[in-house]
Design a protein around this ligand. Structure first.
Ligand code: FAD
Ligand code: FES
Ligand code: MG
Length: 281
């Protein structure tokens, strides 16, 4: 059991929790993730470790409520417990001094890379962050990203904050302004990561995408997170989740992550109904 020490709302349907997990906090590195189960009836879901406090023995998780499990997790309050957490899982990327590093994130993608971005800044890279969301309310971690960025640019689909448009429009204009970009790290919707990758391929800029396939065990056993990178089969949980974006088969990733959409929608409907009639939280 892992107790929630602190809980904050950081955006519309986006929560940040600090959870007791001393062994994970001891070992975790930027880019790694955990797999959790909220309760005995619960499925396993992966969430990125967004930070840690080794002294206190806690890790931070930031998540968007998109379906049954994340909604259930969001209903837990400070002092309540998550059934179990497994981790740290996955590999961390090499964090070196590259020069000008551009972080391109959409929606909850900021939670995937916040800790990595911070580590890039600590290695003295010049950080240009491009953040995007459908609207201002869905932008998360803006203040935290600003703190570790030399430049922060915002794009929203409806123009409620920053420029009206997409992160990829901003990326193109940064590149076209003549600024040399040495490394791009991207996370968020698969379509956005693909477009980022298509743009940076033209300019031959090293690009790493933090991928989000369906994961179950998180240890390379179930095959749920199978992806194709450079024509080779990889398991994102043990070989990633961060990969050379120019080699990723994004089309396959998109197809595989939407395989269970009907079941997921049904499950959320049932869960919300059970909450309404008092059979669940
Ligand atoms: P559902 O309604 O069941 O699913 C909604 C969508 O979430 C699905 O269509 C699918 O695309 C995805 N999804 C569903 N089940 C899984 C699963 N077992 N594994 C992966 N994706 C799934 N989200 C965050 O908000 N914050 C994070 O820090 C974060 N880190 C992640 C790190 C990794 C390595 C991966 C692979 C995913 C991460 N995610 C993160 C995504 C998160 O795991 C899903 O949003 C969550 O599993 C959805 O579960 P649900 O039951 O609430 O929604
Ligand atoms: Fe099972 Fe990666 S999550 S193999
Ligand atoms: Mg689910």
């Amino acid at each position: 059991m892992n107790k929630i020490i602190k809980k904050e709302v950081v955006g519309e349907k986006i929560k940040k929790i600090e959870v007791e997990a001393p062994l994970i906090a001891k070992k975790a590195l930027p880019g790694q993730f955990i797999v959790l189960r909220v309760d005995e009836k619960g499925e396993r879901i992966p969430l990125t470790i967004a930070g840690k406090d080794s002294e206190k023995g806690t890790i931070t998780l930031i998540f968007q409520e998109v379906g049954t499990t994340t909604t259930k997790l969001g209903l837990l309050n400070e002092g309540e417990e998550i059934l179990n957490l497994v981790g740290p899982l996955g590999k961390t990327v090499e964090i070196e001094k590259y020069g000008n590093v551009c972080i391109v994130v959409g929606g909850v993608g900021a939670a995937f890379v916040y800790w990595m971005a911070k580590a890039f800044k600590e290695k003295d890279n010049y950080i240009i962050t491009i953040m995007g969301a459908r609207n201002e309310k869905l932008l998360i971690l803006e203040d935290q990203m600003r703190e570790i960025s030399d430049e922060l640019l915002v794009a929203t689909d409806d123009g409620s904050k920053g420029i009206k448009g997409f992160t990829t429009d901003v990326l193109e204009s940064v590149i076209n302004s003549g600024k040399k970009i040495d490394y791009v790290l991207t996370a968020g919707p698969i379509i956005m990561m693909k477009k980022v990758s298509d743009i940076t391929k033209i300019y031959n800029i090293k690009t790493v995408a933090s991928l989000n396939p369906i994961m179950i065990d998180g240890t390379g056993m179930c095959g749920g997170c199978r992806i194709t990178v450079g024509g080779k089969v990889k398991f994102a949980c043990v070989d990633g989740p961060d990969f050379d974006a120019h080699l990723v088969d994004f089309g396959e990733l998109l197809k595989r992550t939407s395989l269970y959409k009907t079941y997921e929608e049904e499950s959320l409907k049932r869960f919300l109904h059970r909450c309404k009639i008092g059979l669940d939280r």
